[in-house]
Ligand binder design. Structure first.
Ligand code: SAM
Length: 243
């Protein structure tokens, strides 16, 4: 992968091309594994959100780019992915957690990488309900959360730049089995361009496993596999199928 392909506004790039490539490759491997679980040889793939294509570039290399569909609320990010990687793109419009312009029941596999990690419990629930409508029955999705491993990391340091009060709130919510959500500190540098674009609805969530389990039970979804800290030794990874 060439660093020239890393967009200057890509908040997912933290200075190491090796790390950027490894995180993107790992997610593409999860998507390939989901395709195996779904028994789909030539799947239609949804990546939501795509950002500036940290993962998209690897999906476009592994799958037929015309069958890779990507979506994001940031219009320039979607335009970049479409122009650079030859994928199909959707800019998400109001109501922004319902993805109405993405086709329903169309995808054998889908990735929801690092979105509900940044939303309130209410918005994350809406996202999960609508995201899973995009899968065909029998399809398999990769969903990542800030869960067990994030809790461990957050206990040792303010790794998300949220401040001590917010950090204590997230840890105590998580330990009580509750979905926690807070905003970044005003002077945060992490994901600053994304927050500028979206606003305060985009912050940091900490999500207990039981929240995902309950949501799946309520929506006809089944967790096939759970890998705590499976993505970059940080985000928890769920493989979830729709009945
Ligand atoms: C942490 S980034 C992850 C991007 C990509 N999945 C990756 O791992 O490189 C979160 C992305 O979610 C996008 N986003 C936030 N709210 C969204 C919404 N309602 N619909 C679609 N995308 C959204 C942001 O614009 C940002 O690109």
């Amino acid at each position: 992968m060439q660093s020239a392909l890393i967009h200057p506004h890509d908040d997912m790039f933290h200075g190491s091309t090796e790390h950027y490539a490894s995180v993107g490759t790992q997610m593409a491997e999860f998507v390939s594994y989901a395709a195996k679980l779904a028994q789909a040889d030539s799947p239609n793939v949804l990546e939501l959100p795509c950002g500036y294509g940290r993962v998209t570039r690897h999906l476009a290399a592994r799958f037929d780019p015309q069958k890779v569909h990507v979506a994001d609320i940031m219009v320039p990010a979607v335009e970049f992915c479409v122009a650079t990687f030859g994928v199909t793109g959707y800019s998400i419009v109001d109501p922004v957690y319902e993805f109405q312009n993405v086709p329903d029941s169309f995808f054998e596999v889908a990735a929801l990488g690092s979105l509900i990690t940044h939303l309130s419990g209410h918005n994350a629930r809406t996202v999960m309900r609508h995201f899973f409508k995009k899968l065909k029955p029998g399809g398999v999705a990769v969903v990542t959360t800030h869960g067990a491993r994030s809790r461990e990391i957050l206990e040792t340091a303010d790794c998300y730049q949220i401040g001590e009060t917010a950090r204590a709130h997230l840890l105590s919510s998580y330990d009580a089995g509750q979905f926690g959500f807070v905003n970044y500190l005003p002077d945060h540098s992490l994901e600053a361009k994304t927050v500028d674009y979206i606003g305060d609805s985009y912050g940091i969530a900490l999500i207990p496993h039981n929240w995902v389990g309950d949501l799946c039970n309520d929506n006809g979804l089944t967790i096939l596999e759970y890998r705590p800290g499976g993505w970059d030794n940080h985000q928890d990874v769920f493989f979830i199928t729709r009945a």
